[in-house]
Design a protein around this ligand. Structure first.
Ligand SMILES: NC(=O)c1ccc[n+]([C@@H]2O[C@H](COP(=O)([O-])OP(=O)(O)OC[C@H]3O[C@@H](n4cnc5c(N)ncnc54)[C@H](OP(=O)(O)O)[C@@H]3O)[C@@H](O)[C@H]2O)c1
Length: 301
């Protein structure tokens, strides 16, 4: 049985990975109460002593705006710690699967980004994730870096959950309509990760390593995504409210977001045969899970 070590426990992707891997592989989950990944010595020693066959890093500093004032904390968790963990994984002969972000790009390309496109992060979060990519790649030649985007799931804090909360509280909300991207669901990232693990442990092909883009197919804006969430919620008897398109200038944030951060998933499909689903189909599955869970709990509003 393959021993998979997952760094991160309660985050969106970590939770989905745990659900997907439990029972199928020997699984060790290390949330921050077990391992502070921002401590490189602890990270190195923990991974070195884990005996894992493969290490998946789902932990990260993900607070995009807060990172502007906590650059050192963001760098420690997104780059320094992962470097140490990836180095330790290399020493025990384990491939290292690591998640990164569409925010390594500035969004000015005007069409979906491929892995070799020039990077230019607009803020500290994107810059530290980019640093993490380079550090992981240098520390462990057997690395798979999955850049993803706009992650949502029934668990944790995310745009979808925020929209459902606001739908229950307000008659109308304004949502940014000039940022384009691909909402991606944690369960699909977990599924892709399982396929990658199986392929990596099945044969030793150097072409399987490197950076890959893993986001849903299709495209939308935050406004389009919010509208689809409201429609999907209403169709399931849940809350919904009116959504008004606004420009980014009307919703200022400490860090500018890329105007168009669509990621092209062709390489992931070619190398691993992983075709990510359309975001609308994935959204429907996610809403089904949320409402099914709430109905069983008896609090479906
Ligand atoms: N969220 C997005 O929209 C988005 C978009 C693009 C890329 N990504 C990337 O996708 C990956 C997963 O993101 P996510 O949305 O699942 O993140 P998330 O829900 O914010 O979860 C963050 C994870 O980091 C762990 N963590 C935080 N501080 C830690 C520390 N000091 N030591 C160890 N672990 C620590 C948390 O641990 P606990 O489990 O112990 O709480 C949690 O599992 C990340 O690499 C992120 O950069 C996310």
């Amino acid at each position: 049985m393959t021993h998979v070590l997952v760094l991160g426990a309660t985050g969106q992707v970590a939770t989905a990975l745990r659900r997907r891997l439990e029972g199928e592989h020997r699984l060790t989950v290390a949330g921050r109460s077990v391992l502070d990944l921002s401590d490189p010595v602890a990270a190195y020693e923990f991974v070195r002593g884990s005996g894992a066959d493969v290490v998946v890093n789902a932990a990260a500093y993900t607070a995009v705006d807060r990172a502007e004032t906590e650059a050192e904390a963001a760098r420690a968790l997104n780059a320094t710690g992962p470097e140490a963990a990836a180095r330790a994984a290399a020493e025990i002969g384990a491939p290292f699967i690591h998640f990164s972000t569409d925010y390594v790009f500035d969004g000015s390309k005007g069409s979906p980004y491929v892995e070799t496109d020039p990077v230019n992060p607009l803020g500290v979060y994107g810059a530290t994730k980019l640093e993490g990519e380079a550090a992981v790649a240098a520390a462990n030649p057997r690395h798979v870096i999955l850049r993803t985007s706009w992650v949502c799931s029934p668990d944790g804090a995310n745009f979808l959950k925020t929209m459902l909360r606001l739908a229950a509280e307000k008659d109308e909300i304004g949502v940014v309509s000039d940022q384009h991207g691909r909402p991606t669901f944690a369960s699909d990232l977990a599924e892709a990760t399982v396929r990658i693990i199986e392929a990596l442990l099945g044969d030793e092909d150097a072409g399987r390593y490197g950076v890959f883009h893993a986001s849903s197919r299709g495209e939308t804006t935050w406004y389009g995504f919010a509208t689809a969430i409201m429609e999907g919620s209403a169709a399931r008897g849940g809350p919904s409210c009116r959504v008004r398109p606004i420009g980014s200038a009307e919703y200022p944030t400490p860090v500018r977001r890329p105007a168009d951060s669509r990621l092209d998933g062709a390489r992931l499909e070619q190398v691993y045969g992983v075709r990510m689903p359309e975001w609308r189909e994935a959204l429907d599955r996610c809403l089904d899970q949320i409402y099914d869970r709430d109905t069983r709990r008896g609090d479906a509003t």
